[in-house]
Design a protein around this ligand. Structure first.
Ligand code: FE
Length: 236
């Protein structure tokens, strides 16, 4: 028996992993970071090799881990989690400061940070497990709890991008409801995700054949967390 959903019971902290390369900055959401040994303090993290941040970490060998608050809005998480630094400057309009390793520490919606130097990289199928020695760390806000992966999924109804170490694939129901061909597709203005009524949103229990107008009012873009009012119809 391989009930992969039981892996959601492992509740990880959600963080922005940032790094640098050739004077450029980038970061992504990582929820697979843990401390390995107490002395010297070291952490390990898993990162998809296709991520731009992976390229930066491999090049500079320095990272910052900015720990997100429970209050971090979904579009903010989506900006780092579902968009690529190949398309946008993720740090544009985000408050940050450059840490002692030269990488950005995010100051918006975070409760603390760690800076670390990579000491080892182990290839694991599609991902790399990086070991890193912590060289600086600080609590930024003691009044708010950090957001765990379970809280993000169960309370904030956030989703997991395909590149994440914790992504679990779900099969869409391909049976089409009558009239679905006449239903309009809608595009998220925040991230470009397209809601297709023929597909629905199987990860969030929206059946194929559901028109955009019939989505619940609290439905959000599965990729970035934007509300329904951030969508516009795609004209044929
Ligand atoms: Fe979106």
């Amino acid at each position: 028996m391989l009930d992969l959903e039981s892996l959601f019971k492992l509740s990880y902290p959600m963080c922005i992993l940032s790094s640098k390369k050739d004077g450029r900055l980038n970061g992504c959401i990582v929820n697979t970071i843990f401390q390995v040994v107490p002395e010297p303090p070291m952490l390990a993290l898993s990162l998809n090799r296709e991520c731009l941040t992976h390229e930066y970490v491999t090049d500079s060998k320095v990272i910052a881990v900015s720990i997100l608050s429970e209050e971090a809005p979904l579009p903010f998480i989506g900006r780092f989690g579902f968009r690529s630094g190949r398309d946008i400057d993720k740090f544009d309009k985000v408050r940050y400061r450059i840490g002692q390793t030269g990488v950005p520490i995010v100051l918006d919606n975070t409760v603390g940070f760690l800076e670390a130097e990579v000491t080892k990289a182990i290839e694991v199928v599609t991902h790399t497990l990086f070991m890193a020695k912590i060289v600086a760390c600080q609590t930024l806000d003691d009044s708010k709890p950090p957001v765990t992966y379970a809280y993000y999924r169960d309370v904030k109804h956030g989703r997991t991008p395909k590149s994440a170490a914790t992504y679990i694939k779900k099969k869409p129901n391909t049976k089409l409801a009558k009239g679905v061909q006449n239903m309009k597709k809608y595009k998220c203005l925040m991230c470009g995700y397209v809601y297709d009524p023929a597909v629905g949103d199987p990860d969030n229990s929206v059946e194929p054949g559901t028109a955009f107008d019939d989505l619940p009012d609290d439905w959000v873009c599965p990729d970035c967390g934007a509300g329904k009012d951030e969508f516009e119809p795609i004209e044929d």
